[in-house]
Ligand binder design. Structure first.
Ligand code: SF4
Length: 483
């Protein structure tokens, strides 16, 4: 009897080299994306290994034509002239330049119009395609699953493995389908959907799973929105997250630099279509969410699952399930919040619109819609950091930069910036930051005691102007606002 397959099963089967005695699968990796922070050590390890060593690794990059590099994590966003004032940034980028030259790897460097955050430029260049496997030394590689790719974040030694062998040893995964149905209300965005999913299923709820996002809400989403959803799969504990490819995916890819061209595109489209999850596929688990129940979400704690809807209050550890109460108490103490306190009205010090979750053109358009004709509150420092040079240039063509600058935001060069604060963009002391990024862990934004509230870019813009967390739905123009 024919049994339908999920996209994960199809991609996994097609990329399996062999089953390993450990129970893992040796999986071929179609595309390897590299950046300046997790690669220098991996290249050093590669140089240290030789054919015939116990691991069987060579000192060459096996598929330089499947390997692409960019600079994003540590690049300054204020002054990008070389040499950078930050000695460590200069060192890391020089090291990546040397490695790319030596091994024949294309590098989208700071002077390239294609430079940007690795998870933003992969799709922009058309490198990210349905039905392939992708690896990158950054947790949020799950972003690329929006295209129906199976994409994994990997550690430094695995970066070395992929450079040397183009393979990874991976545990098989189960698939949980997460269906979202119905229209999203104006002012409710993809970011709110994924924060809602993570809160409901927990930050460890996805361990052992890949998340397949489906349902008419997801089907109506643009590729930018699907990328926001898949990006944060890892924050829910899932190793990967994906959406089956469809007409929206193909339209996005058509004409992009590395996408197949002409007749080859038509052939690729037919194959990509065949990789979508079959209608009769079985899932290991299924969860259904109603979009109408979702409001703008804001995190109040120290992991992305500790969020509330904007109309709600911060929870009470005494009323929480036993497994959560200690975590809530720890978060309340760190954040200096009280249980029962409404999240709306929380005073902020910094507003950050950026990161591979939410720094694409559509994100900046929505934020600019809120910022237009307004002004950032006097006590707030506000930054807009485009996800790529491409986003930056497109936004400037539309005049979004002027809207932000006139409203008192700083308009920066492309990079990861305050998502992980490896460059000078960082919180100071106990500052509270309204942030469109993906992690609110202690110390994530540069200050060990700094506090991060995750939310959509439109919510960040609204908070920057009000000087406090506010419901973006109250400030949206009533007409023409989509999600
Ligand atoms: S923006 Fe943040 S999560 Fe995304 S690639 Fe950069 S550091 Fe990683």
């Amino acid at each position: 009897m024919h049994m339908g397959k999920t996209l994960l099963q199809k991609v996994w089967d097609l990329h399996t080299v062999r089953q390993l005695p450990t129970g893992q699968t040796q999986l071929f990796i179609g595309l390897h994306l590299v950046h300046e922070v997790t690669s220098p050590q991996a290249f050093d390890m590669l140089r240290g290994s030789r054919v015939g060593d116990p691991g069987g690794r060579s000192s060459r990059v096996l598929f330089p034509n499947r390997t692409f590099a960019t600079v994003d994590h540590i690049v300054p966003t204020l002054d990008q002239r070389r040499p950078f004032l930050d000695v460590l940034a200069e060192e890391m980028i020089s090291s990546l330049e040397r490695n790319c030259r030596e091994y024949g790897i294309p590098l989208y460097n700071i002077d390239s119009s294609s430079q940007g955050i690795v998870h933003v430029i992969g799709p922009e260049l058309g490198l990210t395609q349905p039905g392939i496997t992708i690896a990158c030394g950054d947790s949020h590689t799950s972003t690329h699953g929006a295209f129906g790719a199976v994409a994994f974040g990997i550690g430094t030694s695995q970066v070395r493995d992929v450079l040397a062998s183009q393979c990874l040893a991976l545990e098989p995964m189960k698939v949980r389908r997460i269906k979202v149905t119905g229209p999203l209300a104006p002012g409710v965005y993809a970011k709110d959907v994924i924060l809602e999913i993570i809160r409901r299923l927990g930050v460890k709820g996805g361990v052992g799973y890949a998340y397949e996002y489906a349902g008419d809400t997801i089907e109506r989403m643009t590729m930018d929105e699907r990328m926001t959803i898949c990006n944060m799969s890892i924050e829910g504990g899932a190793r990967a997250g994906y959406v089956s490819p469809d007409a929206t995916t193909f339209k996005y890819l058509e004409g992009r630099q590395f996408a197949p061209q002409g007749d080859a595109f038509a052939r690729a489209r037919a194959w990509w279509t065949s990789m979508a999850t079959d209608a009769d596929a079985r899932f290991d688990d299924e969860v259904v969410l109603q979009a109408s129940e979702i409001e703008p979400n804001v995190t109040w704690g120290i992991n992305p699952g500790q969020s509330v809807r904007i109309s709600q209050r911060i929870p009470d550890p005494a009323r929480a399930p036993a497994t959560e109460s200690a975590g809530i108490a720890e978060a309340l103490e760190f954040m200096d919040f009280r249980s029962g306190q409404p999240i709306a009205g929380t005073r902020i010090d910094v507003a950050f619109i950026g990161s591979c979750t939410n720094a694409r053109l559509s994100d900046l358009r929505e934020a600019a819609r809120i910022a237009r004709g307004q002004h950032v509150a006097p006590h707030v420092k506000a930054l807009v950091v485009p996800g790529s040079q491409g986003v930056r240039m497109a936004a400037e063509r539309e005049g979004l930069d002027r809207i932000f600058v006139e409203a008192g935001f700083e308009w920066r060069g492309a990079g990861c910036s305050m998502c992980l604060a490896m460059n000078p963009d960082r919180l100071e002391g106990r500052q509270i930051c309204a942030s469109s990024s993906n992690r609110n862990f202690k110390g994530r934004q540069g200050s060990p005691t700094g506090r991060t509230l995750l939310m959509s870019p439109a919510m960040v813009a609204a908070a920057a102007i009000a000087g406090e967390v506010t419901d973006v739905r109250k400030v949206l123009e009533p007409v023409g606002v989509g999600s």
